[in-house]
Design a binder for this molecule. Structure first.
Ligand code: C2E
Ligand code: CA
Ligand code: CA
Ligand code: CA
Length: 278
């Protein structure tokens, strides 16, 4: 057993060192990317059950000079661990609110919302609410059209603080959605205390809804919960007509997914909207 232990140490140490080095390089790269403006927002349209566009979710991408377009799963966790999510999240919010202000100025787009993902690390900063209000004021974006998407991980710590911040945002007109609902820490005990506007059903349940009866039961339960609590229920990751029909029957208010439209950079979104609304 001792020999095996020694062997394990020999096998794992270089690997660990390598991992630490790769991480450090990635962190430096991300810092550089932020300064160089290598991040870009893609926008995925959201619609109501009649297929009318109601807004977009902003999804960050990294345009890496060598690696090309890097999806958020490959860098958001590192930005969260290093605190870089705070300046990155601020940039995302500023960029999204700039779009919102533009849309608010034109009759055809004035009713559209923009949803922005907010990490727990970002939300838990003491000055988070002030930052949001400052960005809204600086860009001229209407607070009523901004939706912040938060995850259940927020509820692992400081439920009081979370409730207080959400209430202040709501008083300012900003809505909060609980994202990836059902996948994280069970928030059922706190749900009724949170001043939420919307529940977002995670894509994994929508996928199941098509294949397994239990996934379908979860979609029905979340939609029923939303209805009972007077919350909008939005489904994500709707890819097929069958899934759309299913979530409609379950009582969801809206959805996003490849069936309606994929996430796109701004020029393509503008083109899609001009065709779609015509
Ligand atoms: P999310 O908030 O659950 O976002 C939905 C993800 O599902 C997006 O992945 C979107 O591209 C993808 N998606 C949309 N429709 C479909 C569909 O029909 N089928 C499938 N298979 N996928 C679909 P994406 O853009 O790779 O983002 C992944 C996650 O990264 C997001 O999950 C969110 O948690 C995080 N993220 C993205 N942008 C930001 C950001 O600006 N800030 C923070 N903190 N997190 C972000
Ligand atoms: Ca989201
Ligand atoms: Ca999410
Ligand atoms: Ca999700």
């Amino acid at each position: 057993a001792k020999a095996a232990g020694r062997n394990m140490a020999c096998w794992f140490e270089p690997d660990m060192e390598q991992r630490v080095a790769v991480r450090a390089a990635l962190e430096a790269d991300l810092r550089h990317a932020l300064n160089q403006g290598q991040f870009e927002l893609y926008y995925q349209p959201q619609c109501d059950m009649q297929g009318r566009m109601t807004g977009v979710e902003a999804l960050v991408r990294w345009n890496h000079p060598q690696r090309g377009l890097v999806p958020p799963v490959e860098f958001i966790p590192v930005t969260e661990e290093t605190g870089l999510i705070v300046p990155l999240g601020r940039w995302v919010l500023e960029t999204a609110c700039t779009l919102l202000a533009q849309w608010a100025g034109a009759p055809r787009t004035a009713g559209l919302r923009v949803a922005v993902n907010v990490s727990a690390q970002q939300f838990q900063r003491p000055d988070f609410v002030e930052q949001v209000l400052a960005v809204l004021a600086a860009t001229g974006a209407p607070p009523q059209r901004l939706m912040l998407e938060l995850t259940e991980s927020l509820l692992l710590t400081d439920v009081e603080g979370t409730v207080g911040k959400m209430a202040r945002l709501r008083d300012a007109g900003v809505g909060c959605a609980l994202d990836d609902f059902g996948t994280g820490y069970s928030s059922l005990a706190y749900l009724h205390r949170l001043p939420l506007a919307e529940l977002k059903i995670d894509r994994s349940f929508i996928w199941d809804a098509d294949n397994e009866r239990h996934g379908g039961a979860i979609v029905h339960t979340i939609a029923g919960l939303g209805k009972a609590m007077c919350l909008d229920v939005m489904a994500e990751g709707v890819e097929t007509e069958r899934q759309r029909a299913f979530i409609a029957a379950a009582g969801c208010h809206g959805y996003q997914g490849y069936l309606y439209c994929r996430p796109m950079p701004m020029p393509q979104l503008a083109e899609w909207m001009s065709k779609h609304q015509a």
